[in-house]
Design a protein around this ligand. Structure first.
Ligand code: PEP
Ligand code: MG
Length: 545
């Protein structure tokens, strides 16, 4: 019997396929008594062998997909699995306490991970999580629990309680048909990722892990997930898909055309991206440049600080891929909903208003300098601009300039090539908007981050699903701030763009043009739709009158 469950759409589209429940991978381990301890130990040895093979395969896969530096962790895990102290402790427990291998592994894993966690050395402390990881893998193999990875070639609809940005980026995009979660808000970074990845996504759906393996269909327009859809629903979805494909085809005809309004006003239409793969999608959709490269995704994909070299390679790859088109890279915007363990940040009462973005960079300057060195080095290979997030004062900008001067002086002394780089700031706090006249004297451009600007102006947490209905970026307060920023920027002769999600809202395209916005930067999937809106701007006006 078909059932339907409704939530809220964060990215429209339709999908039909098997459901995969993406859950946390912890197993509840029971203590059981075993008589034949030798047999139990053989079972353990078998599981160690199988786990080692699994890790070998994961290493190969990661090597191809994310490079050697990221793949190395699986090699380390393989080595840890061979550690005789660890294995002896498990064997000993099976033998002396007559317990099952799962239980002995879980207890030993806990002990070892506690031991690592209490060590002085930071590197060794970080191994605690690895011990936990390999114990859990061993237990899964022993208990024959299948890993919830997206296996095989089949594409799936992912259902989950919630997805963190760090989890979302690690999923193999080519295998995901849709995301359906119970938690999450439409302004969260996971929602933004779904849009960039061009994957239909619903939130607020009362999902059930039991649906795993069943057939599902997602209809974004109705914000509905159908469980075991019947024939007529499948036909309805197929029809919608055909219509959407036609619309997409119509938009593709705008590729190669200018983003110019009938009155001749031209807009720079750029793309928001999070990695090199998205740059491909930006080009496919005919982006005229990259208006926001959220560099923090490089940090979220890793379990260690990305090195200068790793960052340099990533920035260089994007700059080269865009072949001379402008690429605006935003410096690290970690904190709030974007957390990584290795930053070891303290828990905060109000993370969105807390220690994040430029505040971290101006405090932990070594992290900032590493990123700036990588950015300036990459500038030699394309048309890179740098932009700084979460600015609230002129003083911050001056501090940044001083650090940039130190970095560029160092590079010159070392004889390392770099180009002159345009530097701008994000206007995403009401403070920055209000003093944009002063800030405009300090920088080369403004890019308005309406996601945070709305959150801080309206005092509405963009992450809170309960407040989704009143999180209103069309609020007159937000629109007036945008207008003020454009005016102040233009008075000082700098260009002003929008890179928040509002930039893609075609109901406002005309208003943005009237305000004199110079640039709009949107998820790659929205580029051609916005181009259409700009090109038809006056016509829309005429129709409305
Ligand atoms: C914004 O705040 O509008 C923005 C573009 O930055 P992010 O969504 O990454 O916070
Ligand atoms: Mg922001």
């Amino acid at each position: 019997m078909m059932k339907s469950f409704t939530g809220k759409t964060v990215f429209d589209g339709v999908a039909v396929g098997k459901i995969l429940f993406y859950g946390k991978k912890e197993e509840v381990v029971k203590r059981e008594k075993v008589e034949d301890t030798d047999a139990e130990i053989s079972r353990l040895e078998e599981a160690v062998k199988d786990s080692t093979d699994q890790l070998g395969m994961l290493y190969e896969k990661a090597l191809k997909e994310v490079g050697e530096a990221n793949a190395a962790i699986f090699e380390i895990h393989q080595m840890m699995l061979q550690d005789e102290d660890f294995l002896d402790a498990i064997r000993n427990m099976i033998r002396t306490q007559n317990v099952n291998a799962e239980y002995a592994t879980a207890s030993t894993g806990d002990h070892f991970s506690q031991m690592f966690a209490s060590m002085e050395d930071e590197y060794m402390r970080a191994r605690a999580a690895d011990v936990k990881d390999i114990s859990e893998r061993l237990i899964r193999v022993l208990a024959r629990v299948e890993e919830k990875e997206i296996e095989g070639e089949e594409q799936v609809i992912i259902i989950a309680e919630d997805l963190a940005p760090s989890e979302t980026v690690q999923l193999d995009k080519s295998k995901v048909l849709a995301f359906v979660t119970r938690l999450g808000s439409s302004n969260s970074h996971t929602a933004i990722l779904a849009r960039t990845m061009n994957i239909p996504a619903l939130i607020g759906v009362e999902i059930d892990p039991e649906w795993d393996g069943k057939m599902g269909a997602v209809d974004g327009a109705k914000a509905t997930l159908y469980l075991e859809p019947d024939e007529s629903t499948l036909e309805m979805i197929a029809q919608k898909k055909r219509r959407q494909d036609e619309y997409k085809k119509m938009l593709l005809e705008l590729k190669g055309k200018e983003t110019v309004a009938p009155d001749g006003r031209k807009i720079n239409l750029y793309a928001n991206i999070g990695n090199i793969g998205d740059a491909g999608s930006a080009l496919y959709n005919d982006a005229e440049g990259i208006g926001l490269f959220r560099s923090e995704f490089l940090y979220l994909e890793k379990d260690h600080y990305p090195t200068e070299e790793e960052q340099f390679q990533a920035y260089k790859a994007v700059a080269e891929t865009m072949a001379g088109k402008k690429v605006i890279i935003r410096t690290l915007d970690i904190g709030a909903d974007k957390q990584v363990d290795y930053f070891e940040m303290e828990k905060e009462e109000n993370p969105a208003m807390g220690y994040r973005a430029i505040r971290i960079c101006l405090d932990r300057t070594h992290i900032f300098k590493t990123q700036l060195r990588a950015l300036f080095r990459a500038s030699a290979y394309g048309n890179i601009s740098i932009m700084y997030p979460m600015i609230i004062s002129v003083q911050e900008v001056q501090q940044i300039k001083q650090i940039v001067d130190e970095v560029t002086l160092e590079l010159s002394q070392q004889g390392i090539a770099f180009k002159k780089v345009e530097q701008g700031i994000m206007i995403e706090t009401p403070a920055a908007a209000m003093i944009s006249d002063l800030l405009a004297k300090e920088v080369d451009f403004f890019s308005i981050g309406t996601n945070d600007l709305t959150q801080y102006t309206l005092a509405i947490d963009r992450q809170n699903p309960k407040l989704d209905a009143i999180y209103d970026p069309h609020h007159e307060a937000v629109l007036r701030l945008i207008e003020l920023v454009v005016q102040n920027g233009h008075k000082e002769g700098i260009w002003v763009g929008i890179c928040g999600e509002l930039a893609a809202d075609t109901a406002l395209t005309e208003r943005f043009l009237e305000m004199g916005i110079d640039e709009l930067s949107v998820s790659p999937t929205f580029i051609l739709g916005v181009r259409k809106a700009v090109r038809e701007c006056n016509r829309q006006q005429a129709d409305n009158k």
